[in-house]
Design a protein around this ligand. Structure first.
Ligand SMILES: Nc1nc2c(c(=O)[nH]1)N[C@H]1C(S)=C(S)[C@@H](COP(=O)(O)O)O[C@H]1N2
Ligand SMILES: [Mo]
Length: 301
């Protein structure tokens, strides 16, 4: 048998071994897996696809606070301080709350959720995220009847984030969701990936994943969540309203003004990276299409 060098034991090998081990013991993996059935079926739509290797997930990143090159986040975020860290939920709420990351992690069971991340640039990865439904956290603040939208704000710290010293985007990075989108069980507060802590370059200590939307809707390093009455203006809408709309649902029939959205490159799938057709709502249409019934998705891009 070939000896495996320690350096060859990658996080995904450890992770797959552990899964195998759990299976051999005849234990249920349900503590790792999502609870509701339809979430499982959302996982099923991606489960026959290979997970993207950890080395790609953790080195090919978009995180403009650390620079605009794909390699900037991993190279420049390693000393970024993610502790102490707290998140405030305020705005149109009955009770404003501030929680530390540890309080958040200890309040909810952390589940594994395998979702495809589809970047608006035309590439995708299949990532085993660790997290829980954002709705669980939002409910704690009891939004009032004026709350119609949710605004997410990433951290502002130009001393630690070299990209924030340049007007690449409006800082801090802001994103937004309609309240029903934010409350949807697929919308995930992410605390880790591949069964480990979230790497800084992937948005530690807390980042969002909205699986049916383009990757930029999933803000990293979140410090504030605000319930608001009016549709928030995200950093990307402000930068280029013609190109980036509020909804930004993955849609192969609605092209970006400068390129087609009909297909995507699967990162890490061989030297040439296989191109596959892009699915409406990133493959999660069964779960989320009803949120948009009667809406013109070309106008509401
Ligand atoms: N704060 C912040 N969040 C961000 C970004 C960013 O530049 N700043 N980039 C977005 C984009 S364009 C994508 S595709 C995803 C990339 O996430 P990943 O690096 O974990 O794959 O993060 C999103 N979240
Ligand atoms: Mo992206």
């Amino acid at each position: 048998m070939k000896k495996i060098k320690f350096s060859e034991i990658t996080p995904e090998k450890i992770y797959l071994k552990r899964r195998d081990f759990i299976k051999k013991l005849g234990l249920s993996t349900s503590s790792l897996m999502v609870g509701q059935n339809f979430l499982n079926s959302a996982n099923a739509s991606t489960q026959n696809l290979e997970l993207t290797e950890y080395r790609y997930i953790s080195t090919y990143n978009n995180y403009y606070e650390f620079g605009t090159r794909k390699s900037d986040p991993v190279e420049k975020s390693q000393n970024f301080k993610t502790s102490p860290w707290s998140l405030t939920i305020d705005g149109e709420v009955e009770k404003k709350i501030t929680l530390t990351v540890d309080e958040i992690k200890n309040s909810f069971p952390i589940e594994e959720r395998i979702y495809r991340l589809r970047c608006v640039e035309g590439w995708s990865m299949i990532i085993p995220w660790m997290g829980f439904s954002l709705s669980k956290l939002l409910e704690k603040a009891s939004p009032n009847s004026k709350a119609k939208f949710v605004e997410f704000t990433s951290v502002y710290d130009p001393e630690q984030m070299p990209g924030q010293r340049y007007p690449i985007l409006q800082w801090p990075y802001k994103e937004g969701l309609r309240i029903d989108e934010a409350m949807h069980p697929l919308t995930t507060m992410v605390t880790g990936l591949y069964g480990k802590e979230l790497p800084n370059q992937n948005g530690a200590p807390l980042r969002l994943i909205v699986p049916w939307k383009y990757g930029f809707k999933s803000a990293k390093a979140i410090v504030n969540i605000k319930f608001v009455e009016r549709m928030p203006t995200s950093s990307w809408m402000r930068a280029s309203p013609r190109e980036y709309g509020f909804y930004s649902n993955v849609n192969p029939r609605v092209d970006h003004p400068r390129w087609s959205q009909a297909s995507e490159r699967v990162i890490g799938s061989g030297i040439l990276s296989e191109r596959i057709p892009t699915a409406i709502f990133n493959g999660y249409g069964e779960e989320v299409a009803s949120l948009y019934s009667g809406m013109d998705l070309k106008k509401n891009f």
